[in-house]
Ligand binder design. Structure first.
Ligand code: HEC
Ligand code: HEC
Length: 370
């Protein structure tokens, strides 16, 4: 009995000890994500769980212009909530007015993404969150200077609360920003409502969904082939630890951007880019890594009848046609006008008004700056 009692007390001390330590970072942030997105816990790093304080700090830093060299720009300059966290431009200029070489990306459902940036050069959201601050053609700031400014603005207390740290470091800035961005979950589009049985789609939306996810078999099954790469309800290229990079026929070998090859050095990866999520796609024009298409109609036209052949063109495009094509012939989908409109209707189903209006994700300084 006595022995047991001692053990119980020991346990209590241990348990309470751990618990009170944990409590300093509580309350844990609850992420609302539908089951059909798949599990995500494995992609939250053990050393950077999402907490309410960390999320709030990350949100402030995301909108904090002090993180740029001349205090004129924040992450939100190129990632605007009302545009699903893109900026509406083919190329975005940094603080020195110099343009980047690729288009800004929507920040959405990053928890289910395996690699980051168009060519996948970043392994984690943390890494990709400090890069733009340093980058001379983006926010062009030096961390010592930024940290000094954050200290002067009273941020030390917030880092203390979020990370138990007396010090502001670049590592913790990246962690807080990552917490905020991982919480940017979009899952209340009409398509989600339909998947949950809360919305009855129009005929066009129904046909569009089917075409989007069907790989065509000439003479038997009509399809748009999109879901071969834009996988499942996330409509992104990531699934269970795998990140899809594809060459979707934008260019010939001669004028093609390097894409994944810049990271792997493998010529077979030339022109292959991260397959982006199409969530909120109606809000994120212009399209593709170089913003070459202004409208979704142009994008659909590209896949239907605008594919450029090259040595690394994806086999899913070469083998995805509604008609039997001779080998070596330029791949075409041969969609009807109606089918293209149906796919467009489905793409519009992916717009999530709650996501772009969610006040949890908005600028916390709204009434002070800007
Ligand atoms: C000058 C415009 C600009 C600013 C400022 C900017 N970004 Fe970006 N962001 C981009 C561009 C362009 C890309 C694509 C980069 C690439 O492919 O190399 C991108 C990509 C990303 C991605 C990858 C998304 C994905 O799905 O792979 C993340 C995450 C990101 N930015 C976060 C941030 C954060 C956090 C900040 C602020 C610290 C920030 N960005 C500031 C333009 C910007
Ligand atoms: C072989 C794989 C593949 C297929 C099939 C495919 N896509 Fe894509 N899609 C991609 C890749 C990769 C990108 C990014 C390419 C780039 O920017 O260089 C992309 C980009 C896009 C974009 C622009 C996204 C943005 O953020 O700018 C849209 C819209 C799009 N695809 C829609 C579709 C539709 C609609 C279909 C079916 C008709 C389709 N895709 C079929 C791989 C594919």
């Amino acid at each position: 009995m006595r022995f047991n009692h001692t053990i119980t007390i020991l346990f209590l001390i241990l348990f309470l000890g751990c618990d009170s330590k944990k409590n300093e970072l509580e309350p844990e942030f609850t992420l609302d994500a539908p089951k059909y997105f798949g599990s995500f816990n494995q992609r939250i790093p053990e050393d950077n769980p999402i907490t309410t304080k960390g999320f709030e700090l990350g949100r402030m830093l995301f909108y904090e212009k002090k993180l740029s060299g001349d205090n004129s720009m924040s992450c939100a300059s190129c990632h605007q909530q009302n545009k699903a966290f893109t900026d509406g431009k083919a190329f975005s200029a940094g603080i020195d007015g110099q343009n980047g070489e690729v288009s800004s990306m929507s920040l959405v459902n990053l928890l289910w993404s395996e690699k980051f940036t168009w060519n996948g050069k970043m392994e984690t959201v943390e890494e990709q969150s400090t890069e733009p601050i340093r980058n001379p053609i983006e926010m062009h700031e030096n961390f010592e200077h930024a940290i000094k400014e954050l200290e002067d603005a009273g941020y030390s207390r917030l880092f203390q609360e979020a990370f138990n740290s007396d010090e502001i470091t670049d590592d913790l800035i990246g962690k807080a920003l990552a917490q905020f961005q991982r919480a940017l979950v979009s899952s209340n589009s009409k398509y989600d409502q339909y998947l949950r049985g809360e919305y009855v789609p129009t005929q066009a939306e129904r046909r569009g969904e089917k075409l989007f996810f069907t790989h065509p078999i000439p003479g038997q099954l009509r399809g748009g082939n999109c879901g071969d790469c834009h996988l499942g309800p996330l409509t992104s290229g990531a699934i269970d630890g795998f990140q899809g990079f594809h060459n979707n026929g934008l260019d010939t070998d001669e004028n093609m951007d390097e894409g994944l090859m810049a990271v792997t050095g493998n010529p077979a990866d030339k022109g292959r880019f991260k397959t982006p999520s199409l969530r909120n796609i109606a809000l994120t024009a212009p399209y593709m890594h170089d913003g070459r298409f202004e409208t979704l109609e142009e994008v659909i036209e590209h896949y239907d009848n605008g594919i450029h052949q090259s040595s690394t063109l994806d086999v899913l495009i070469i083998e995805g046609s509604n008609e039997n094509q001779a080998s070596g012939e330029r791949p075409q989908l041969f969609l009807t006008k109606q089918e293209k409109q149906d796919i467009l209707a489905f793409l519009h189903m992916l717009t999530d008004e709650d996501f772009i209006n969610n006040s949890k994700f908005s600028n916390p300084f709204e009434n002070e700056n800007d």
